[in-house]
Design a protein around this ligand. Structure first.
Ligand SMILES: Nc1nc2c(ncn2[C@@H]2O[C@H](COP(=O)(O)OP(=O)(O)OP(=O)(O)O)[C@@H](O)[C@H]2O)c(=O)[nH]1
Length: 387
């Protein structure tokens, strides 16, 4: 991860504003707008002052403890953060200062919203949100004008310490008011997603997972792979985690239970912490990483490393773990399929950078399944074939 600060207000968008690899290659930003949107979608964090934008970014992507965020100073310039955890989790987060109106000149809203994948608007649920909703409406209208493909995500934030009833009531009210505002502006077609979040629990990771998932073009493929892997391995639920941030980039199609997600997050933390104590390597998480936790309710959490950045965490009944060989064999098929998706993505990125290249090799990754290779858990022979 790299961290970049932009000078503001003298020159909010200097010519060379950090685009990592693109800058190093000396490529022109404008000419690569489409490449950039494929390789590095942009997530904007907007909202009023002190709504919690920087805290969210620091807690989710920089492992800052929530208590430390009380010492964060107000953001005075756009802060850009390159998230390059894995080939699937690559984007830039732009944290905007709350006090500035970025949709009006001299700011170039075209530049801000073009190439933007998602706009996360943070609303402080503990504060009066009328002013926030006004700003939200203006921002959405402007952003939609420039780029109708932006995903609009509203974080109703700081809901810790608020009763469930009040949370639901705030969400209902904010949803209603913002939809009415957009209807008045003749923009009923805009879809808004709402999330109740707090940095003091896992809700912020869950919400960010959903935001990031929408920016992964391979999501249907990953979900499809999980949907095949799970029933064939006697597993009840599985999350594909980005280990560094603990956001899950895909899960199977069964509903997500928040407690199950929290348990999986805690497991990843524990594995990383223990590995850092006993590992002499720089990276505590490597190809040998795996972990198994037996809970006292006849349930097992089983974690396997997929690659340097991704881990699969599975929840299953204890008796189904008797056939660990099948699970492990199927996991290897799953892991191979994921690396094929990675390779296709890399090829696609290369092709975007070199459009003249022959594209015959580019198969449609959406058709990728591992059904043919998978062993079924009732197939006794599978155990003996398992590595
Ligand atoms: N209770 C609670 N406080 C939070 C939460 N998230 C952030 N805060 C607090 O809110 C305050 C403002 O947070 P910042 O992250 O600086 O807010 P910001 O939106 O980046 O502010 P500007 O930079 O001024 O635009 C800090 O004291 C945080 O500790 C949360 O989920 N719950």
């Amino acid at each position: 991860m790299s961290y970049e600060h932009e000078d503001y207000p003298e020159d909010p968008f200097p010519k060379d504003f950090g685009y990592g690899a693109y800058d190093q290659d000396g490529l022109d930003l404008e000419a690569n707008a489409s490449n950039n949107s494929e390789t590095k979608p942009r997530i904007l964090l907007m909202g009023l002052r002190r709504s919690g934008k920087s805290s969210i970014q620091k807690v989710v992507f920089h492992k800052m403890s929530p208590n430390e965020t009380v010492f964060l100073e107000s953001t005075s310039k756009i802060v850009k953060d390159d998230i390059n955890n894995s080939s699937f989790v690559q984007f830039q987060i732009w944290d905007f200062p709350g006090q500035i109106d970025f949709i009006k000149p001299p700011f170039d809203s075209d530049m801000i919203f073009r190439g933007c994948g998602a706009l996360v608007f943070v609303i402080d649920a503990k504060d009066d949100y009328i002013e926030a909703l006004r700003k939200f409406k203006d921002t959405v209208i402007e952003a939609y004008k420039v780029n109708p493909h932006i995903k609009f995500e509203v974080f109703i934030h700081k809901v810790d310490g608020i009763s469930d009833d009040s949370k639901m009531e705030s969400q209902r009210d904010i949803h209603q008011r913002s939809s009415d505002d957009l209807s008045e502006a003749g923009l009923d077609q805009i879809h808004l997603s709402f999330h109740l979040t707090s940095i003091y629990d896992h809700s912020i990771f869950e919400a960010f997972s959903k935001v990031v998932q929408k920016l992964i073009p391979q999501l249907p493929t990953l979900e499809n792979l999980l949907n095949i892997f799970i029933p064939n391995s006697g597993i009840e639920k599985a999350f594909l985690f980005d280990v560094v941030s603990k956001i899950y980039i895909a899960t199977d199609s069964s509903p997500v239970d928040m407690q199950a997600y929290e348990l999986c997050c805690d497991m990843i933390d524990m594995v990383i912490d223990l590995s850092s104590i006993y590992s002499s390597e720089e990276t505590a998480f490597d190809s040998g990483s795996s972990s198994l936790i037996k809970l006292n309710n006849n349930t097992i959490l089983y974690m396997r490393e997929v690659n340097k950045f991704l881990a699969l965490v599975c929840i299953l009944r204890e008796e189904n773990f008797n056939r660990q060989g099948v699970i492990d064999y199927n996991f290897i098929c799953f892991r191979d399929a994921i690396s094929e998706v990675f390779e296709l993505r890399l090829k696609r990125q290369k092709q975007l950078q070199n459009p003249d290249q022959d594209d015959d090799e580019l198969a449609d990754d959406r058709g990728l399944t591992m059904g043919g290779r998978l062993n079924h858990d009732n197939d006794a022979a599978a155990v003996s074939r398992a590595p």
